[in-house]
Design a protein around this ligand. Structure first.
Ligand code: GLN
Length: 509
């Protein structure tokens, strides 16, 4: 017994896949998972996950599914078959969902376009000359095209939320520790979580309800603390009015420009880079307009909106890239061609084997980041880069906690139930001339990477269409308060739905 895909679905899938290239692996005839059932040391599935039974889903190719590819978008691991299944996937399978394929991604999750995949190119379903976003671009593209109702991705600095926004779907980056990372190939372990991409906020809620929970295989996981808002059966209605803090994008862009000017030390290259970074924080006109519209609509829905500030946010990107590359340089050291992955036919000695494997297997973005990571961790320089980044990280976390409250729900209610901010300064960008340089892409991660630095949940949902392309907005919340973010998004979605891309057919109710 597997699932029976609806009539006409496979040709629908093939037509879309020819245009978008979302998948690294696909199964026309998905079977039932071999292992079935939940291991006894995992918490049971809540009854509300029942609607997931029989639904197909896609999984980013850095999350293990037994018998499937686990390439991480890298040539080095192109032929790898996973011998085991990630906890999040086991939970979905136990809920009756069936994995139909593995999706394309920027190599090891490093990128914002999926163009840094070593395997293939993925296009945006709304306009195939544009990127789907990244690094979970394949998952976002497949959900937007209606090929699957939901998919798993991973979010280290925005990789679920940004492609969700580019493709017009819902993207949830859960609280750090809410979902097990067992079976997720590590990029930057202290920042990343497995996340959900889905067609609707209600579906996102059900998938999150299925995958979350404590797992003895990942010591950082924990159950939602007492007092945190329940996903189902809350006493307050989902459309109840909330207090939403608004992080003004103009103020953020101004702060980044001032910080960049202060950091400039007269070096020619550095000046230009800092100016590019400051420019990259400024919202494109269409995104700016959509952001303001959402703010007004949320007020019209009865919410109270208040302006908030996070002063340390201006250093978020440098802190994020310092920590992410430092952790990546350590995590990727295991890819040495000895135990798995492609290796050269011939090598002089073990060192030469490792050199040749990594030289041929890793793409340029991955090499750049390993170099950056080893640079910031060099002995004698840790204080200047890594420790400074950790201090910025702590400051950002503190500022958010002052507004949203901490993970301990015992105290008085915090000032805000959520914070509204942009996801990314642009809509889905094009390639070549019309694209964004890799450096500008990194600088533009400003609005997403702060949730990872703080370990907080953040939800990206479609705000509107502008010039035929979706624009998303983001709600950031208190630790383990995903429910509050989903409530607001669900209410918004009901009042202001956005259409599907041309050619979309609704196969999944
Ligand atoms: N764009 C960010 C990066 O390249 C985020 C990636 C991610 O979340 N995996 O690191």
């Amino acid at each position: 017994m597997g699932i029976k895909l609806p009539d006409g679905f496979l040709s629908y899938y093939r037509e879309w896949e020819d245009r978008i290239g979302a998948f690294i692996e696909w199964r026309d005839d998905p079977g039932v998972p071999e292992e079935g059932g939940l291991p006894p040391d995992l918490p049971p599935l809540p009854p509300e996950t029942a609607p997931l039974r029989g639904l197909p889903c896609a999984v980013k190719d850095n999350i293990a599914v037994k018998g499937f590819s686990l390439s991480c978008g890298s040539k080095l691991l192109e032929k790898l078959r996973s011998p085991y299944t990630a906890t999040a996937v086991r939970r979905l399978e136990a809920a009756g969902a069936v994995v139909v394929g593995k999706t394309n991604m920027d190599e090891f999750g490093m990128g914002s376009s999926t163009d840094a995949s070593g395997i293939r190119r993925t296009n945006n379903p709304w306009d195939q000359s544009r990127v789907a976003g990244g690094s979970s671009g394949g998952s976002a593209s497949a959900v937007a095209a209606g090929v699957v109702p939901f998919a798993l991705g991973s979010d280290t600095g925005g990789s679920v939320r940004q492609p969700a926004a580019f493709c017009g779907v819902v993207g949830l980056k859960p609280t750090y520790g809410a979902v097990s990372r067992y079976g997720l190939v590590a990029y930057a372990s202290s920042l990343e979580t497995i996340g959900v991409l889905s067609d609707t906020a209600a579906r996102c809620r059900a998938v999150f309800a299925a995958i979350r929970g404590k797992d003895p295989r990942d010591e950082t996981t924990r159950e939602a603390p007492p007092g945190s808002p329940p996903l189902y059966g809350a006493s307050r209605p989902r459309d109840a009015p909330r207090v939403i803090g608004v992080l003004s994008p103009e103020a953020v862009a101004r702060a980044v420009a001032t910080a960049s000017a202060a950091e400039a030390d007269g070096t020619e290259g550095a000046e230009a880079a800092l100016q590019t970074a400051a420019r990259a924080a400024v919202l494109e006109e269409e995104v700016d307009r959509a952001f303001r519209a959402v703010r007004d609509r949320l007020a019209a829905l009865g919410h109270t909106l208040v302006e908030v500030e996070i002063p340390s946010l201006k250093y978020g990107v440098p802190a994020y890239y310092t920590i992410a590359t430092a952790e990546a340089s350590a995590n990727l050291a295991r890819f040495d061609g000895v135990r798995y992955g492609k290796r050269p036919d011939w090598a002089e000695n073990p060192d030469d084997l490792i050199d040749k494997t990594r030289e041929a297997g890793f793409g340029p973005e991955v090499k750049l980041r390993i170099l950056l990571g080893t640079f910031v961790l060099r002995s004698g320089f840790q204080d200047r880069y890594y420790l400074r980044a950790q201090r910025i990280r702590a400051g950002i976390r503190r500022s958010f906690e002052e507004l949203l409250g901490g993970a301990d729900y015992g105290g008085p209610p915090p000032p805000c139930d959520g914070i509204l901010l942009p996801v990314f300064p642009t809509r889905a960008f094009g390639r070549g001339e019309t694209g964004l340089s890799p450096f500008a892409q990194k600088a533009a991660d400003l609005y997403t990477c702060c949730a990872n630095l703080a370990g907080l949940p953040a939800l990206s949902f479609p705000a509107e269409l502008a010039g035929g392309l979706p624009v998303g907005v983001q709600l950031l919340g208190r630790a383990f308060a995903e429910a509050a973010l989903l409530d607001i998004a669900e209410t918004y979605e009901a009042a202001y739905p956005i259409p599907h891309p041309p050619g979309h057919r609704p196969f999944w109710s």
